[in-house]
Design a protein around this ligand. Sequence first.
Ligand SMILES: [Mg+2]
Length: 234
Amino acid sequence: MNCCPMTSPRQPFDLVILDCDGVLVDSEIISCRTLVDILSPFDPGYDLETVMRRYLGRPSSAVTEDYERMTGRPASAGFTRDWRAQLFAAFRSDLQPVQGVRDAVEAFGSDYCVASSSDEERIEICLRKAELWDLFEGRIFSTTRVRRGKPAPDLFLLAARERGVAPGRCLVIEDSISGVTAAKAAGMTAYGLAAGSHFAVLDQRQALLAAGADRLFESWHEIALEIAPAPAPH
Ligand SMILES: [Mg+2]
């Protein structure tokens, strides 16, 4: 007699929580180049790789804190305004979706949402430019909703609670060390995705595994094959 529940082994998750930058949109190479422009005048050591190591997956407050430390003065409203204007102009010009993301998300057999270290305005600009907004409108959790951003687990736990899913039934898809660390601290499964073009500058595959990623994928196509619902038996 088979006493095991008849749960499909291909659908072990009730909620897929997606990072935005570097997972849905190929934004990290753009945002980090912008940060090099802004920060390297104060410290020439802030080249592209250094900026990536320091800020990938972290909220903008991490940049502001460094700017204040470098300059010895509070970041003005003008600093933040000019930075965002430069960044958003670059997004509107150059941003692309991560290849294969739409097909993969449309094939999910479970609920899904976004949990991002970016603020709501930036998330919406990115998703609209990448023509993904229709998939995610109303399913977005920004770091502005929590006091402690990634690598703290708070944002992922908030998303799980509001979608009504236990953390142990959540899958997080992340491209950053801070994101994987946050997912594991939340008691969730974490898949690392190395599909963003920033991996060509800073290869963090091994670092994602070292941070606790349960699996590592090279593309959305690979993830879709792994977690899409099994076809109905004939
Ligand atoms: Mg990311």
